[in-house]
Design a protein around this ligand. Structure first.
Ligand SMILES: NC(=O)c1ccc[n+]([C@@H]2O[C@H](COP(=O)([O-])OP(=O)(O)OC[C@H]3O[C@@H](n4cnc5c(N)ncnc54)[C@H](OP(=O)(O)O)[C@@H]3O)[C@@H](O)[C@H]2O)c1
Length: 285
């Protein structure tokens, strides 16, 4: 079966392409560096030609409110138009748990707009909403850091290993569309400040984490329900504590800033690369 992975060079996309190819499928890894631009439409119709399934795991190069909204709306419209012409039978999108609850976050408003475009396209679809990836915890800590102090909410947080998100995406891509939303999360919900502290200890980073119920998460006020999945979600089995065990030795080799994160089974993007990507998106140094 021909499957197109949009965002095939990203953290999730690279792993997904590898996994689907291992299952014996013809997989097109589509991204800017393979000549496919989902904003201008360049290279899109050729990539999608005769595909049965399209998985969209692209991400906005900027997390700024307006830029993210423009990215996900334009990309969504271009993708679905190309899929309609090519006769794609299943559109699968990766979104975020809480996209329908955190209207204060411009990025999550953009993800909700992306979901709505998919849901109203007329093309059979599946939307997978994931909680935050373990690989993203370093970025969350950075976003909340001011002068070596990290102010984070103690609200429950249930991140998941990127590898486990990819496993669920693989299953969904090979199944029939369900025209509905599925959620995936890690095996345990714990206070965000506590997980951030554990992360910093694991990478030997002396920043101090302060629990603050009023601390915003990328602009949004959060509580125990904001970032946690609904009952019936697909649960990963890799615990954050286990995943963190691989970090110290990798830190010296691949993430000199000490902020990168990379899971035990990740084989593609280094923590350093993930952090550079994140800093570019939020406009940081
Ligand atoms: N981070 C989290 O914790 C989290 C949680 C839940 C859901 N998600 C969702 O997961 C998805 C994937 O995230 P990720 O971290 O894997 O993303 P990522 O590593 O930042 O990768 C983004 C991908 O999008 C591609 N891309 C960007 N602009 C493009 C364009 N104009 N045309 C074609 N391709 C373009 C990039 O291609 P180039 O390499 O060529 O630029 C890259 O392959 C996102 O939709 C995100 O919302 C993330």
């Amino acid at each position: 079966m021909k499957i197109v992975v949009i965002g095939g060079s990203g953290l999730i996309g690279t792993k997904l392409v590898t996994r689907l190819r291992r299952c014996g499928h013809e997989v097109v890894a589509a991204s800017l560096d393979t000549g496919v631009n989902i904003i201008t439409g360049e290279g899109l119709s050729r990539a999608v030609e005769s595909a049965e399934v399209l998985v969209d795991v692209a991400n906005s190069p900027s997390f700024e409110d307006r830029a993210a909204l423009e990215f996900f709306e334009t990309a969504g419209r271009n993708l679905l138009a190309a899929e309609r012409l090519a006769g794609v039978r299943h559109h699968l999108t990766l979104s975020v748990v809480g996209s329908d609850r955190l209207a204060d976050s411009g990025y999550l408003r953009a993800k909700l707009a992306q979901e709505r475009i998919v849901q109203t396209s007329g093309i059979p679809y599946t939307i997978l909403r994931s909680t935050q990836f373990f690989e993203f915890v370093g970025a969350i800590v950075d976003s909340a850091t001011v002068a070596d102090r990290v102010r984070l909410s103690p609200a429950l947080f249930q991140p998941v290993a990127a590898d486990e998100v990819v496993a669920v995406l693989t299953d969904l891509a090979l199944e029939l569309p369900i025209n509905s939303i599925v959620e995936v999360a890690g095996p345990e919900a714990r206070p965000m400040d506590e997980m951030a502290r554990e992360y910093l200890t694991a990478i030997h980073d002396k920043r101090q984490v302060i629990a603050d119920a009023r601390a915003r998460y990328f602009g949004a006020q959060i509580d125990d329900r904001s970032l946690t999945p609904a009952p019936g979600h697909r649960a990963g089995s890799i615990h954050f504590t286990y995943w963190l065990r691989s970090l110290p030795q990798r830190k010296s080799a691949q993430a000199p800033s000490g902020l990168g994160a990379r899971g035990p089974t990740e084989t593609t993007q280094t923590g350093g690369a993930a952090m550079r990507t994140f800093r570019a998106k939020v406009g940081g140094s």
